[in-house]
Ligand binder design. Sequence first.
Ligand code: CTP
Length: 403
Amino acid sequence: MDFSGKTIVVAITGGIAAYKACDLIRELYRRGAHRVLGIMTPTAEAFLPSLTVQALSRYPVYTSELSVDDHGVPIHIVLAQQADALLIVPATTDTLAKLAHGLADNLVTTTAITFTGKPVLIAPAMNTRMWDHPISQQNLETLKSVPNYQVIEPASGSLACGEVGEGHLADQETILQALYAALHPQRDLYNGVKVVVTAGGTSEPIDPVRVISNRSSGKMGLALADELAAMGAEVILITTRPPSGRRYPIMTVQTAADMKEAVEAQAAQSQLVLMAAAISDYRVDNPSAQKLKRTASESRQLDLVPNPDILAGLGANKPAGQILVGFAAESQALIHHATQKLQAKNLDAIVANDISRSDIGFEADHNEVTVLFPHRAPEMLTRSSKPEIARQLLLLLHQQFFA
Ligand code: CTP
């Protein structure tokens, strides 16, 4: 998730979650944002000194709706002209009400109503009773109907006041994912397309403690699911490494058998299946119900039996119109082995990467892949971050199969 070149306004209103805006500003810079500009309401300043926001954002922080720039232009106009998105975090009950009724009596609400045609993301945080109040809920519905407004609903959890319930500011990853999707240049590319993505490496039990597994980090599959969600797809991620903060459905599995059951339940209704998971080819026959004890002198044998090839099974029963994409991690003869898998598993494409290189692939943050198709020349996606490879791969698949 990359915010390179983007100018983001972080608007802070007066709630205890105001301090969380500080981490968000830092994270936006960490993920490449060009400028992060802070604005605050006077009440927010009671919770968080504007100097803190200024130090983190590296720009002056304005707190009055009467503020102007060096040329006398009102700050809310400058921001609406120059920024790419407005993120109101946290948004209080009062701010929700004002936004829902078009009030513009502080710098945050004035900026929001000036921000036409660009994303305004509103992340409320408040006590559960305030959130549950019918008037807040009514305001929420009104805000959801504004085309460029998006509400990032609060989570359930223990609140600063000591109560437990809904009203907890959505976590940072959820807010960033929503912002990323709102700014995505291809945000409608996969609109409504149903997609299954698998990720991670399965593990097969030896006994209640030990497993046979592999080094797959799940990052490539996760990057694909994140990109697809940002491109409007109805994505389901089936993974051994569930991430936090995602708003799309995630099924967590452990073994190849779990993976098979989950994939087969989802694949039939899907137009695109991306099998990025590293699935164990073997499992231990009759894993021990009790922890195996060390025997000092004897070696131990494990009987391994083959797991079903899930992708080959999908390929053999592929519904008309479904696009099936495999992944091939190879340590030698990359193109040769990948081509064989493409044909043997009846795939529409296979994404091959060279795991003998330590700078890409397993456990790495980067990848370089060659995409092979049955009836056209292969396409190479040169070394990039996994999210960037995911984006390029999805553009390529769209152009090939969905355009
Ligand atoms: N795959 C699968 N079920 C398995 C093994 C692999 O569905 N039991 C899928 C993977 O998710 C991947 C593709 O098949 O999309 C290729 O996986 P890979 O491990 O590279 O190849 P294998 O077919 O297992 O062959 P080998 O291990 O001999 O290279």
